[in-house]
Unconditional design. Structure first.
Length: 257
């Protein structure tokens, strides 16, 4: 397992990549309304990348050419029981839906990766609670990511935030190192491990991505080989930020607008 620590100069570039992602997601948050077609979201992202000189990160990505077809879009849009990796298609958002927007961009050779979940119009109290718990888990995970600590501190902070809600923590998907590649070491499950894990050193850049289901923790995959849904069809939620561990202070969030 090789963890690639980043220099201050590399983190400066990763901040630019992250801002493109953060600002584009902030625009999309404002755009979300009942009746919006998912293909309009994909088109907006394509235009934004062109305007800002960013390169596609998700488009044509595959973790394993033999097992997964290349991902066909620039953004993952996952609605309601869809957890992650939803492919934008001709579908309109409806009042009461919740939609996860997961976006990656490559700028000057480095990747920014972030996701938000947004309610469409007025949503149920349960959906509101689900979104709050998942976003709080991300916030608390970031707060626990301090130089000198261990990766398990972050995993534990995320787990401890979600547990009291009674919702389920998804296993098998999680955060990851980020750099010149979208997925680097270490992989970060959203629950504690038996071991403390690697030390959090200045220059470590990771994406944290808590995923929470209202119902059971199990997931399924659609026939498109990408879209991950809850197995029981329950509502689910996903938030993500790319963060950098900095000397002597809290981690810096690179994907803020
Ligand atoms: N944020 C997601 C991840 O970290 C995005 C991957 S989508 C893909 O896994 F299509 F590019 F795979
Ligand atoms: Co990610």
């Amino acid at each position: 397992m090789t963890i690639h620590l980043k220099t201050d100069e590399e983190i400066r570039v990763m901040r630019e990549a992250g801002q493109i992602v953060g600002q584009t997601l902030a625009c999309l948050r404002e755009m979300i309304h009942p009746g919006l077609n998912l293909l309009e979201i994909e088109a907006f992202v394509r235009d934004e990348f062109r305007r800002r000189g960013a390169k596609e990160t998700f488009l044509h990505y595959t973790p394993d050419r033999r097992r997964f077809p290349p991902y066909p879009s620039n953004i993952c849009i996952s609605v309601n029981e869809q957890l992650v990796h939803g492919i934008p298609r001709d579908r309109k958002l409806k009042e009461g839906d919740i939609v996860s927007l997961d976006l990656g961009a490559t700028y000057k050779g480095f990747v920014g990766d972030a996701a938000i979940t947004v309610g469409v119009g007025e949503v149920s109290d349960e959906a509101k609670k689900l979104m709050k718990v998942t976003e709080d888990a991300l916030t608390n995970g970031i707060a626990a990511a301090r130089a000198g600590g261990r990766l398990n501190d972050v995993r534990g902070a995320i787990e401890d935030t979600i547990r009291p809600s009674g919702f389920s923590i998804v296993r098998g998907y999680g955060g990851h190192g980020v750099g010149r590649h979208m997925h680097e070491e270490p992989h970060i499950e959203n629950v504690r491990a038996r071991f403390k894990g690697p030390e959090l050193r200045p220059g470590l850049v990771v994406a944290l991505e808590p995923m929470v289901n209202v119902g059971g923790p199990d997931t399924s995959e659609l026939d498109d080989r990408w879209t991950v849904t809850t197995k029981d069809g329950s509502l689910c939620c996903h938030f993500e930020h790319t963060i950098a561990i900095r000397e002597g202070r809290e981690a810096e969030v690179l994907t803020l607008p």
